[in-house]
Design a protein around this ligand. Sequence first.
Ligand code: ATP
Length: 583
Amino acid sequence: MKTFERLKEFYWPHKHYFLWSLFFLIILTCITVAYPIILQITIDEVVMQNQYELIIYISFIFFGLMLIKGISTFSFQYLSELFGMTSVYHLRNALYNKLQALSFKYYDNSKTGDIMSRMTADVEGFRFFLSAGFAELIRIILLIGVSLSVMFYYSIPLAVVTMLAMPFLGMIVFRFDKQVHPAFRSVRKSFGKLNTRVQENISGMNTVKSLSREDFEIGRFSSSNDDYRQNYLNTAKLWAKYFPLMEFIGNIAVVSLLGFGGYLVITERLALGELVAFFSLVWYILGPLMNLGFVVNMFSQAKASGERLIEILDREEDILENEHAIDRPIKGHVTFKNVTLQYVEDDDAALKNISFDAPPGKVIGLIGATGSGKTSITQLITRFYEAEAGEVLVDGLHVSDYKLKTLRSHIGFVLQEPFLFSTSIRENIAYGRPEVTDEQVLAAAKRAQAHDFIMKLPKGYDTLLGERGMGLSGGQKQRIAIARALCIDPSILILDDATSAVDMETEFKIQSALKEVMNGRTSFIIAHRISSIKHADEILVLDKGEIKERGNHAELLELNGIYRRIYDIQYQDREEIMETVSH
Ligand SMILES: Nc1ncnc2c1ncn2[C@@H]1O[C@H](COP(=O)(O)OP(=O)(O)OP(=O)(O)O)[C@@H](O)[C@H]1O
């Protein structure tokens, strides 16, 4: 019940749809129970009394009732779907908003496929109960209540005898519920895993194919698929085990009715029409009682799904906006004071005691082995993660003093592996500021050296990209991402290995363009190639999360340390290549 209490905010505001659907449900149930009563009257009052002239009236009443039933059925079904759909529409939006608010820390540890299955199958499971289950539960209670009343009205002893089996039926339904709930949780979980497999496989298709691991992937999928099948079959087994048992108990009630009811009719303590009516009425009780298993099933699914949705909704947001967060233009003065960052508790710190000062317009180069902490530094400026200790300041204020939107809208980030959406090139470039004019898009593309190749595409800026920029080369994607960053006219520019995917010539072109672009903006260039950062005002050489050397290119070469070693290796490489080429 806690699950439904927590999710109340999504369905309760739409209770009017539900209440109206209930109104029609009551009419529907009353008419359903009127059938056997009409049958009883026809037999006892018309047929047995030879009053055939009444048949025409009874037919008309019957016809009228059927008409009302038809209208009520339509209204009930539509309104209950409306209730479920409207509630889930708001729930889905809330989930999506939450997913946007959750920080990188959440995504680091979650699987896309699993989130996808929560957003689709689990939301659907919950909707199904709201649309059909809730109403079905009430229909069952109503039908049983009204039918029982009519039965007791006709004959108390017969009603009691018929009902003797009901407690047993109730017990079985209860036991079924206890077992089916955990079974459904497993089904949902394994479905999430199955989704993850498919999603990872498609995203990593390049890796799979290039390493010829298709068979391995098929095997892995097959085992997840089998897991899902097994889990689902377990619930099916439960259903198959309990359902005949429920039906058997129901039939015992019918046998008792036949025996005792027949005896009452023979001894003239019950009218024949009343016994016939009892036969219909008993199924109006047994049917819904057995159906209770189905509703319990739906309820369990909805509960299991609801729990998975709440896990997202109630997930703690670790990057919170300060209550008095400010929104003012940022000039781009970045200062780190003894900053330490730890991604995972008890793990080694990814950054240790990092300090530097980058006034507006300064270009900082970051170099160091992989995993040395270059990207981590830039992720603290954008507040993707929070420092464990020390201060990360922008224009003299703590990064958490700014509204997240303000902070990030002044930072242009070009990632190592840029992500492009499956829309047009124009939309991709203007993604950060959709209101920019076509001229501004063009100007950004020209500065990023992307204009020429875009114009060579059949539809130019209107070319639609495949998922993740499929159809473009790594360097082309990179240049579009650079244009995108330029489009927001940032005061801080972060280029995370942004020119790694382009050839030397293009890198040179982009760099000369970037030089102009970086003018007046604080820039952080992360690179493995010395050629990318040698013009930086200050270069920080990182090793295992610490700044080991700092200075400009010439100063660092003088130091004869790590930087010099990297330089020598890259320089020697070039010499060797040149030698091989000339031979
Ligand atoms: N999201 C994360 N969760 C846990 N650990 C992380 C995360 N991101 C980075 N790390 C760890 O922090 C350390 C620094 O990583 P970072 O990405 O900053 O290095 P880098 O110098 O940018 O490397 P590269 O040149 O390969 O991009 C590494 O040991 C890495 O394993």
